[in-house]
Every structure is written in C-alpha cells, then in structure tokens.
Ligand binder design. Structure first.
Ligand code: HEC
Ligand code: HEC
Length: 403
C-alpha cells in the first residue's frame, strides 16, 4: 500500500473516466481489462524504424498494456482523443501523426530511439498530464512497439494499423525509417566554472542563438544593449551590437503548429515548467534539449552553429533561470523589466563601436577573442564557428537586427 506506482496519483484524480477499465484502475495489478478483440493476427508482423520487426502476438500484448495505461488520454485509436483527453492542455500526443517533441527527433524521416521514449514515459513531462509511469521496461517496450503501429485513421475514422509512416516510406524508398542512435551527453566543459557559463550563456541567449525570437528576454533593453557592445568588442565574430529587440520581447511568442494541431507557447523559464528536464540531471537534460531541439517547433543546435561548449553554456544559463522559479527573485526580475525606463537603441553609426579591423576572412584572432576563458570551445567547433559565422543559423529566420 505504501509504495504505489506513481501513475496512481493520476488515476485517483481521474478515476471516473476509466469505466471500461475499472478493475485495472483500482488495482493497477492484474490484467483484468482485457479487450475482446485483438488488433493483430498472432502470426503477422510489422517492421518499424531501425528495422525492428515485431510479431502480431507481441503487438497484441502491447495493445493490452496500452489499453490499461495509456488509452485514457492517447485514445484507443492513438489519435490523442481518449476519454480523459478533452480538457487537457497541452493535449495528449496524437500517435497517428508519428511526431514527437521531446524524444529526440530531428527530421520527419526519423522516429525516436526506444531509449528516448522509455526516458519520456518513465520520467513524465513536467507541467502536463503525462506523469511518470512505473511500468516494467519489458512491458513498456511492448507498449512502445505497439504505438509505432498506429497509422492515420481511414475515412470512416477507424484505426486499421495500416499505412503507418513506415509502410508509406517503405513503399516509396524500399527502406524503413531511421532511428537516431542512442545518445549520452558529452562531458560538461564548465564544471567548476558555472558562473562563467551562465554569463556566456546569457550573451548567447540574447545576442546570438535567437532564443529571444520565441522565448522572453531577461534583462532590460539598456543592459542588453550594453552587454552586446561589450561582447562585440571582445568577440566581434560571434556577437554584433544590438540594434533592436522584437516588440513584446518580455513575453513568449506562441508558435502555430500543424504537427500538434495547437498553438504552442515557448516557456518562460522563470515561470513555466520545462517538461523534459528533471532536477537531478537538469543541465545535461537542457543540453540535450538544445542540441536536438523540439521537433519541429524549436530548432536543433548541435552541429548547426553552436559549439558543444556554447550549448552547455546556454544550458547553464537556462538552468539559472529555472532556479528562480517560485522565488521572489523571479518576481523582482519581472518587476525590474516591467518598470524599466524607456530605451532607444542607438542608430547604426553610433552603435558600431570603434570597430577593430575586420578579419580578412574570418580566420584570425582566436587568441584575442578567447583571451578570457569564457570562450573555451573545442578546437574543431571553434573553427567551425569562427569561419562561417553567417552559415550557421539553425533556423530560417534571423533576428531583423542582425548585421
Ligand atoms: C493522463 C493523460 C496521459 C496518460 C494516461 C498518458 N499520457 Fe502520454 N502524454 C500526455 C500528454 C498530455 C502528452 C503531451 C505533452 C506535451 O505535449 O507537452 C503526452 C505525451 C506523450 C508522448 C510524447 C512525448 C514526445 O516526445 O512528444 C509519449 C511517447 C507518451 N505520451 C507516451 C505515453 C504512454 C506510453 C502512456 C502509457 C504508458 C501514456 N503516454 C499515458 C498525457 C498522457
Ligand atoms: C523558433 C522558436 C524557438 C526558438 C528560436 C527557441 N525556442 Fe525553445 N522552445 C520553443 C517552443 C515552441 C517550445 C515549447 C515546446 C513545447 O512545450 O511544446 C520551446 C521549449 C524550450 C525548452 C523546454 C523544453 C522542454 O522540455 O519543455 C527549452 C529549455 C528551450 N526551449 C530553450 C531554448 C533556448 C535556450 C533557445 C535558444 C538557444 C531556444 N529555446 C530557442 C521555441 C523556440
């Protein structure tokens, strides 16, 4: 009685909707929620991303577990319209679309690695109805294989477990989808230098990495401008002097998303939950989120314009903002931003500080830019970064004010 699965906390709140699975709900033990019909013939099979072939018998077992644990929100047909889904914001994932936000996925030709899906289901998504589930790994893996079998509903609104993305792409190319390889984070180069990481991260966040296109800014316009002048003096290859900020820079910009069918709000880290980061592993989790993005509403930065060390610096900065959550410091920061005095960004001529002779071809001044050790990049990344400052935008849009 004392050590119940964490999932129970949800069930006790929402028990009313589980009429069809009442016994499983009250006990969460025993398979008393047996559906009458099984979706697969035991001797058929399906081949999924990464060339994983699963028998109908296994998929049927996965279906049974799915009906016990997941269907209430994700729906029997996998369309995210289970009986408990209706008031949920964000809505449960619609598995018929085959897109995932936090289990890593960087292109529509990918399907997340099973290890990433296990991480999501076991860890839950903070601030959403998707709680951490305490299911044996074996059973969970069967559920996850079953989820892959969902395809788009047919014109009668039925789920036929046909035409899943795998089959479509196989018809087209003769191949199944790829899964991203399993991933463990690189070592954090900022251990013992967290304060420097936060400063570097703050500069990157506001001046370079376009985070403020979607997420809020976290300093006054005057301070951001001053910070950009300093950063530009120190490292003109990476930072330009700020000439403007977007209107409403202190609020998130909602993102329209056909994939998820709803408007998605980028979090304000001082107030909202970050869904797929957990307190014990937060910096590494943030590093993963920033490296691989949130498909497809937030770009991935790994190999796309920021060195691993800079991605880690951003992770430390975001972590420092998350640490303000629920504290008076967060309110004080909001107050300061709301009550800042008006600030006009200086016009172009004034904005350019005595510009040091520009590098012939972006080669130069490694040493100078990295005179202080904030800039400890891995050599190959540093080179990539410095040589092509313009080619590495992770996303289609650049902030208007960039040079
Ligand atoms: C109480 C409702 C609820 C139940 C029950 C539930 N989920 Fe979810 N699930 C959600 C919501 C809500 C989201 C979307 C969160 C978001 O978009 O931020 C979600 C998202 C997901 C995702 C998508 C993660 C990503 O990266 O996009 C997966 C995978 C998932 N759930 C698997 C499961 C599995 C497997 C079960 C059963 C073991 C389950 N869920 C049970 C509500 C639920
Ligand atoms: C194009 C818009 C866009 C840009 C640019 C962007 N983000 Fe996001 N970000 C989003 C959206 C949208 C979400 C919310 C996803 C959701 O919860 O469904 C998000 C979520 C996040 C999350 C939370 C992920 C989670 O697990 O809940 C973090 C952390 C984050 N962004 C950090 C950053 C940082 C740091 C940058 C700059 C390097 C950045 N973002 C740039 C749109 C953006």
């Amino acid at each position: 009685m004392t050590s119940r699965p964490q999932a129970r906390s949800f069930f006790s709140r929402a028990a009313g909707v589980f009429a069809t699975c009442a016994i499983a709900v009250s006990g969460l033990v025993g398979a008393s929620c047996k559906p009458d019909k099984m979706p697969f013939k035991p001797d058929e099979s399906r081949t999924f991303a990464g060339d994983i072939t699963v028998s109908g018998a296994e998929l049927n077992k996965g279906y049974q577990s799915y009906m016990r644990y997941c269907y209430a929100c994700h729906g029997e047909k996998g369309d995210g319209k289970g009986p408990a889904s209706y008031s949920l914001r964000p809505p449960p994932r619609d598995f018929t679309r085959g897109v995932f936000k936090f289990a890593r996925m960087t292109s529509s030709d990918h399907y997340p690695n099973d290890a990433d899906l296990v991480r999501i289901v076991k860890g839950g998504l903070h601030g959403t109805a998707m709680l951490p589930w305490d299911i044996s790994e074996e059973e969970l893996l069967r559920v996850l294989q079953f989820i892959k079998a969902f395809g788009p509903l047919n014109e009668n609104g039925e789920q036929e477990y046909k035409n899943s993305r795998w089959e479509k792409i196989r018809k087209k190319t003769g191949k199944v989808y790829d899964v991203l390889p399993e991933w463990t984070p690189e070592a954090d180069p900022w251990v013992g230098k967290e304060a420097e990481a936060v400063m570097r991260g703050k500069e990157l966040y506001h001046l370079r990495a376009e985070c403020v296109n979607c997420h809020p800014g976290f300093d006054t316009k005057e301070n951001l401008y001053k910070m950009s002048v300093e950063a530009n003096k120190r490292d003109p290859n990476t930072f330009s002097v700020m000439k403007s900020v977007r209107d409403d820079v202190y609020h998130s910009q909602a993102k329209k998303s056909d994939e998820y069918g709803v408007l998605i709000m980028p979090p304000d880290f001082t107030m909202d939950f970050v869904r797929s980061a957990h307190p014990e592993t937060r910096v590494a989790d943030l590093y993963r989120i920033l490296s691989f993005g949130v498909y497809p509403v937030m770009p991935a930065w790994k190999g796309a314009g920021l060195s691993d060390s800079d991605i880690y610096a951003l992770a430390h900065y975001v972590n420092s903002l998350i640490e303000l959550r629920g504290k008076t410091a967060a309110l004080e920061l909001k107050d300061k931003l709301n009550n800042q005095k008006p600030f006009e960004f200086p016009k172009e001529e004034e904005a350019k500080p005595a510009e040091t002779t520009p590098p012939a071809d972006g080669e130069k001044k490694d040493g100078e830019a990295t005179g202080d050790k904030k800039d400890e990049k891995k050599p190959e990344d540093a080179k990539k970064d410095e040589k092509k400052p313009e080619e590495k935008k992770p996303e289609e849009k650049k902030p208007e004010e960039k040079k």
